[in-house]
Design a protein around this ligand. Sequence first.
Ligand code: NAD
Length: 533
Amino acid sequence: MPIAEPEPRPHEGFANVPPLDWTQADVRERFAAALDSVRERFPLDVRPVLEGRRLDGEATHDSRNPNKTSELVAHIRVASEGEVDAAVAAAKKAFPAWRKTPAAERAAILRRAAEIAREQRYELAALQVFEAGKAWNEADGDVCEAIDFLDYYAHEMLRLAEPHPMGHAPGEDSRLSYEPRGVAAVIAPWNFPLAISTGMASAALVTGNTVIYKPATETAAIAAGMIELFEQAGLPKGVLNMLPGPGAEVGRALVAHPDVRLIAFTGSRQVGLEIVRRAADVQPGSRWIKHVIAELGGKNAIIVDDDADLDSAVTAVIQSAFGYQGQKCSACSRLILLDSIHDAFLERLRDAVDCLPMGPVEDPSNVVGAVISPAALEKIERYAALGETEVRTIVKRRHEGDGLFPPLCVFADVPPHHALAQEEIFGPVLSVLRAKTFDEAIAIAVDTDYALTGAVFSRSPAHIQQAREEFRVGNLYINRGSTHAIVERHPFGGFKMSGLGSKAGGPDYLHQFVIPRTIVENTERRGFVPDVQ
Ligand code: NAD
């Protein structure tokens, strides 16, 4: 049965930023030049930002290049707990004027920030290569996504701000409108250091909230770049403040603060659940129940059916499992192979993985580089050792060098309930599972705590339909990999232990940052007195 192509839809004012075209020599040269010019400024000096002022902070954290740990990228001044109170007070003070700022003006600031980011895209991406350890194309992808979030949420805000008349009753004017909630804490992870931070912050800002942004300490220099974008775009002082610092101190203090009404969090399941619990504790003096948006982890599976195009499946599995060293919430960490193609597919996969270029990603020929921190490396090594002792090792490789280079592993015959097949590892460790039938493959795929992304490679319309109905994850991809969601085209986010939020980069997202209000007026005039000057 041929698949009906959907009707083309007009862009209506939003279009994604195209990624850089690496086939062009001048693009590659410009990127290499940006790496040089960004490196010249190291070590950067990153400080807490309060009402536009750079504070001294307390301790200093060193942000190092994961691929070359001897290289210092930035000194990060960490915010003190006292500065948490000051930042919340600043955001609270800025709120009344910002909420009254017309939506169109707020949206225009996002659009200006997007424009500035477009002009600086090479430098913004180059910094990610050094601080986050992203390969060139992954770094560029993150910057593109950040720009898309700015443009898309600006566009969506104008839609939200339109009048929403309700009902058709004569003699009644009923209107639904949306208001900001107040002071928002935006708590971000390091793995999409510009995109996720910009997405959460811009959504909070464009809807009229004021923000205290707590970036991940690992990527605080990239975070400082986001603050500069908004400053250059003309965001009033105090509307966006930044507090770099450890989650257990700065993050916790923000979550518990009685004047914080909204928490937008993206990160691990463990921290997300703690935030949900703590946010429910109403502090003395608070009259609000905090609203929590929490986008958490995944244990994503790709199913390869017995009639699938194996060549395209191998490429997609490798990109999904090992792109950015597997440090994506959407990464494929379980590969479910149908019995009849199991051995042939595994052989092709092994050969392809065996020749994946590994090493420092500053060199664009390397695909798999270092991971973000010694703690991340240690966790990956623990799972790699577990795999080697308890299941069959198909591939185990590692680049040796002055960096946090992880073992890259493919394990086969992994039982579906084994820790390797159930726990989020967040590294280049792929577990291969075997299924006798497509029914069994789907049953295995959904039998985890998480429901973020998943993918199916199949040529069977019946199986594809079955996957649509039964492979219940937030983002299901058919005949493509499980990563690389694009703003507006692929609204992104999961459920179960993968979070409680509504689809970043989708039409429902901004609703979470606002309070809906209904105002109804009886318009049957009964002796109204005209206004007298
Ligand atoms: P993390 O949970 O360790 O940290 C995220 C942020 O929370 C950081 O800024 C951290 O400092 C802060 N934090 C830590 N403890 C805190 C506490 N007790 N109270 C308040 N804040 C605290 O996560 P990470 O290592 O930065 O990111 C990786 C995780 O994020 C993975 O689990 C990944 O799957 C998930 N993630 C999910 C999505 C998604 O869209 N669903 C996207 C990216 C990453």
